[in-house]
Write a protein that binds this ligand. Structure first.
Ligand SMILES: Cc1cc2nc3c(=O)[nH]c(=O)nc-3n(C[C@H](O)[C@H](O)[C@H](O)COP(=O)(O)O)c2cc1C
Length: 188
């Protein structure tokens, strides 16, 4: 299966991006393909209904990776009880053809204990794009972010956090597989 992850932070040392990288690692360790689009490394232009930005390299890459994906992971920092501006801008470039009937896992990092507001907001956006929200999400809040600071090895991720991330990623991959089979049946 192919999984596309969007890391929606514009922060060099973002813990949400590091979490997305770890999820990418778990997905590939399970024998699947995983493409990470880091919006800090490869920014996309401000969305405008007046300009499709055809030929913009980073935007074309994002759209291609999303069309190719069987499953999608969206990672965001929690900003002002919502998702980041850069992630919302990237999502505004996308549509139902990128998300339709695909499993989507939302993950977030917050200063407070739980990133409920940004995760709820992401799930609302996914529903509007006709993606299928995973029943679970991943929130790293407060001290849990220490496991995803720059320089921390995957082997040093706190065992409780690691256990949850692995469990949720496995359930995301199960849902992605189920929905991929359904898509195949519909296509036949
Ligand atoms: C502009 C801004 C707004 C923020 N708003 C919130 C917030 O509403 N709730 C919260 O818990 N943390 C908030 N934070 C803290 C971030 O969620 C926290 O630093 C998080 O770890 C950032 O994710 P990152 O490590 O991926 O950059 C805010 C930080 C910034 C810079």
């Amino acid at each position: 299966m192919k999984v596309t992850l969007i890391a929606g932070s514009n922060h060099q040392a973002a813990t949400s991006t590091r979490l997305a990288e770890y999820i990418q690692h778990l997905v590939t360790s399970n024998g699947h393909q995983a493409t990470l689009i880091d919006l800090h490394q490869t920014p996309v232009p401000f969305y405008s209904p007046d300009n499709a930005h055809g030929g913009h390299e980073a935007l074309e890459k994002l759209k291609r990776a999303m069309l190719d994906a069987d499953g999608i992971v969206l990672a965001t920092p929690e900003y002002h009880s919502g998702i980041s501006g850069v992630l919302k801008n990237a999502l505004d470039h996308l549509g139902q053809d990128h998300f339709n009937n695909k499993a989507v896992l939302s993950v977030s990092s917050s200063g407070g204990a739980v990133a409920v507001s940004s995760l709820t907001q992401l799930q609302t956006i996914v529903r509007n794009l006709h993606g299928i929200n995973c029943p679970e999400w991943i929130s790293i809040g407060g001290d849990q972010r220490k496991s995803f600071q720059t320089g921390i090895a995957y082997s040093d991720i706190h065992p409780d956090v690691d256990k949850r991330v692995r469990r949720v990623v496995n359930s995301f991959l199960d849902l992605t597989a189920l929905l991929s089979v359904r898509q195949e049946v519909v296509r036949q």
